[in-house]
Design a binder for this molecule. Structure first.
Ligand SMILES: Cc1cc2nc3c(=O)[nH]c(=O)nc-3n(C[C@H](O)[C@H](O)[C@H](O)COP(=O)(O)OP(=O)(O)OC[C@H]3O[C@@H](n4cnc5c(N)ncnc54)[C@H](O)[C@@H]3O)c2cc1C
Length: 453
């Protein structure tokens, strides 16, 4: 381990950062990275690999706290799909990410992990995981790379303010201590899962230094629903269904997949995706209509024929006991109730009109979406530092020379499947590389360029 590197467990506390001490390092480019999450760790590594002295400041007791819980503890760190497909999975400001994805791709990340002792594997849908299926191995590989590159890490260290001077970054303020730097990278994450340290500090830093921040909303999050019956189904997961979400007549989202009933509404993969498409609309409209097609592979006619066949096989069966072949057992009670058909009736007495009502219910089970879950349960934050204020080729601020942004703090987000972490890795590397090139000469150049524009 290089002398200046600080072990993750030992890192931290009050002494002046090693990256300022040796006199011979005085003329080196000094980069401070705020936030030891996915984006910050990659930024620190790239800046150090680019020849800068790097200090990584993390307020938690350890780095990568959120990485540990990604992919249900397995860390779906990227997706193996071609990069143009990846662009299609980015929901906000995809074009802003072209240079970042080109600077550091999904394959680059897979190679990076492998080279740092974490072999990887690819699963259904191109989702890539560490072969060990342990998110902690991804963090360990990142820490190994940081130590090898000689990054200084200070834990338990919360940055309070970005220091600027004449339109350029000058350093950061921690309690009463000022730490000077040539470049500062803000990689403080968003607002989701605040217990992991993402409490939105970066948005404040951005505003205080003259940047716009777009409205932040929880995204990739569950829906709250008005109907009480969802509670009876809490924990029930439905596979191979499709959903349709509308605001009045306007179709907002439809997709085939898997979902889950919760105490307050609905969740699961297809609902999380829907939330990113519908969150803003929901905020404006106050409520949206959601229909679940429980039998998307069958037309209404085919489903009716199927039910008729089931009913004809056992004509004396009571209606309340007759839906077992069609639906999960836990769901039949609710469907019988919602159909309005007498549960005690034998199926040979169910009228054609009643049967068609049942068919329509199975093809379009109605729910009213009244809200989403909060930031405490949202996978990501929609919104953030406006991409108009950031140069996509470098991740440098267009307002303050030497100030960079990376990761979820930016107004970019994507669907589930490994894409959000890839955004963090790619923007982190690009910001780190660019900051490493932001030595005094480059910085003078970029200030001059800004004055010209
Ligand atoms: C439950 C869950 C599961 C997920 N699963 C996946 C998945 O499998 N695949 C995927 O692609 N994405 C997944 N995501 C999304 C992904 O984790 C995030 O997009 C990604 O971690 C964002 O990285 P980041 O570095 O920008 O921010 P963060 O990971 O939030 O890191 C920010 C860091 O900055 C630190 N910090 C904040 N303010 C300060 C300050 N003032 N001073 C010092 N330090 C500070 C924080 O403590 C934190 O460590 C998941 C998210 C959640 C919540």
């Amino acid at each position: 381990m290089p002398e200046t590197a600080v072990d993750d467990r030992k890192a931290g506390t009050a002494q002046a950062p090693a990256f300022l001490q040796p006199a011979e390092q005085k003329n080196m480019n000094r980069v401070i990275v705020i936030g030891g999450g996915a984006a910050g760790m990659m930024a620190a590594w790239a800046a150090a690999a680019g020849g800068s002295r790097v200090l990584l400041l993390e307020k938690n007791e350890k780095t990568g706290k959120k990485i540990y819980i990604t992919g249900k503890g397995r860390c779906n760190f990227t997706n193996a799909c071609p990069m143009d497909e990846m662009m299609g999975r980015v929901l906000r400001n995809g074009r802003f990410l072209y240079s970042a994805f080109a600077a550091f791709s999904n394959q680059d990340m897979a190679d990076f992990l492998t080279q740092n002792g974490c072999p990887v594997c690819t699963e259904r849908g191109g989702r890539m995981f560490p072969a060990s299926e342990k998110a902690s191995d991804v963090t360990a590989a990142l820490m190994r790379a940081l130590h090898r590159a000689g990054v200084d890490i200070r834990l338990h260290t919360e940055v309070h303010q970005i220091l600027t001077e004449d339109g350029s970054v000058a350093g950061v303020q921690i309690n009463r201590e000022k730490i000077p730097a040539n470049a500062v990278i803000i990689a403080t994450g968003g607002l989701s899962y605040p217990l992991t340290g993402s409490t939105g500090d970066g948005y404040r830093f951005a505003r205080e230094t003259g940047h716009s921040v777009t409205e932040c909303l929880p995204s990739l999050v569950s829906f709250r629903c008005a109907e009480d019956w969802v509670r009876d189904l809490e924990g029930l997961s439905l596979k191979n269904i499709s959903i349709d979400i509308r605001d009045g007549r306007k179709k907002i989202f439809s997709e085939f997949g898997e979902m889950l009933f919760t105490h307050f509404g609905v969740s699961g993969p297809v609902i999380l995706s829907a939330s990113s498409a519908a969150a803003e609309r929901l905020q404006k409209a106050g409520k949206l209509n959601l229909w679940i097609d429980c039998k998307p592979a069958l037309t209404e006619e085919q489903l009716d024929a199927r039910i008729l066949r089931d009913f004809s096989a056992e004509t004396r069966k009571q209606f309340k006991n007759a839906l077992g072949g069609l639906l999960p057992a836990r769901m039949t009670g609710v469907m019988v109730r919602l159909s309005g058909i007498d549960p005690e009736k034998t199926v040979n007495n169910v009228t054609r009109e009643e049967r068609l009502r049942l068919v329509r219910l199975l093809k379009a089970l109605p729910l009213t979406v009244t809200g989403t879950g909060g930031f405490s349960e949202a996978v990501i934050t929609r919104g953030g530092v406006s991409v108009k204020d950031v140069n996509p080729s470098t991740m440098e601020s267009r307002r303050i020379a030497g100030l960079y942004f990376a990761g979820e703090v930016l107004d970019v987000d994507a669907l589930t499947g490994g894409y959000n972490l890839q955004i963090a890795w790619s923007t982190g590397v690009l910001a780190g590389k660019s900051a490493a090139g932001a030595g005094t000469a480059d910085k003078a150049d970029s200030s001059a360029r800004r004055e010209e524009s």
